[in-house]
Design a protein around this ligand. Structure first.
Ligand code: PEP
Ligand code: MN
Length: 271
């Protein structure tokens, strides 16, 4: 499947090539200790990107909204310390110029998938864009959202299936596995999967991760936290950080069966 998509290059990383690109970290950056700890473990397990939200779109206005600019600075520091790239959500056009310093891969959140001014602004920015599927949106609507970015001349777009709302309540959302090959076929863009927001509960993250790789996903976006019980957002779905390496070992075996690779061990950090 990997040769049927137009690969997207983000610094030294290619999404949509033979490597299964792993992006992992906490839902939100909470402290230097938390993000540095996460960076060390995910880098040693073969991840290429450190994830972590600094500007969080929460359902309730009283919930933790993220550390803002300080969160991005900590994300960059932790990623640089471990040879990782960064992926983080950008909420509005006004954040783009500052984001360039801290964020390598600009995530458009599920709730913003149809925010046309944001899609166009990130299109003009030429930043690589990770476009999450709106949880109430069809594949067709998701594809059109991607076209808004592409039409501004930005070809560095990667789609992310993260689960959709169905009548099922046992999981937080329902992972639409078929969306992986279907969305790839529609636009020829790489498709990655976020099993964490679909599962909503860490017990189901492994199964969804392995299914996504078997379905031909070009990458994974996984939430992991050193102490999920104390997480300020999305703790129930966070893989316990100490269990992340074992998850990657299993994932690597499925990836290899699919002809994909996940790098082994810590990356060398340039002095
Ligand atoms: C996230 O990645 O933490 C996030 C908020 O995701 P989504 O936009 O898919 O809900
Ligand atoms: Mn989250």
């Amino acid at each position: 499947m990997s040769d049927s998509v137009r690969a997207v290059k983000i610094r030294d990383c290619v999404v949509g090539g033979p490597e299964l690109v792993v992006m992992a970290g906490p839902c939100a950056v909470e402290s230097r200790e938390q993000i540095l700890g996460a960076a060390g473990v995910v880098a040693a397990s073969g991840a290429r990107f450190l994830r972590g939200g600094a500007f969080k779109v929460r359902t309730a206005p009283t919930a933790f909204q993220g550390l803002g600019w300080d969160g991005w600075a900590l994300l960059r520091e932790a990623a640089d310390a471990h040879g990782l790239l960064t992926v983080s959500e950008i909420l509005d056009e006004g954040q783009i110029e500052t984001a360039r310093r801290y964020v390598d891969f600009a995530q458009i959140g599920s709730r913003n998938m149809q925010n046309v001014p944001l899609l166009k602004a990130l299109g003009r920015s030429r930043m690589p864009v990770l476009l999450k599927r709106g949880f109430g949106c069809t594949i067709d609507e998701w594809v059109h959202a991607a076209e808004y970015v592409l039409r501004e001349g930005n070809e560095s777009v990667v789609l992310c299936e993260r689960g959709i709302r169905t009548f099922e309540t046992a999981t937080r959302f329902t992972l639409d596995v078929a969306a992986v090959p279907i969305a790839k076929a529609r636009l020829g863009l790489p498709v990655v999967v976020d099993p964490s927001h679909a599962a909503g509960k860490r017990d189901w993250v492994e199964c969804l991760t392995l299914s996504a790789v078997a379905a031909g996903a070009d990458g994974l976006l996984i939430e992991t936290h050193p102490d999920p019980a104390k997480a300020l957002s999305d703790g129930p779905q966070a893989v316990v950080l100490s269990e992340f390496p074992a998850l990657m070992e299993k994932t690597r075996r499925v990836a290899e069966a699919m002809g994909r690779t996940i790098p082994v061990g810590a990356r060398v950090v340039a002095a």
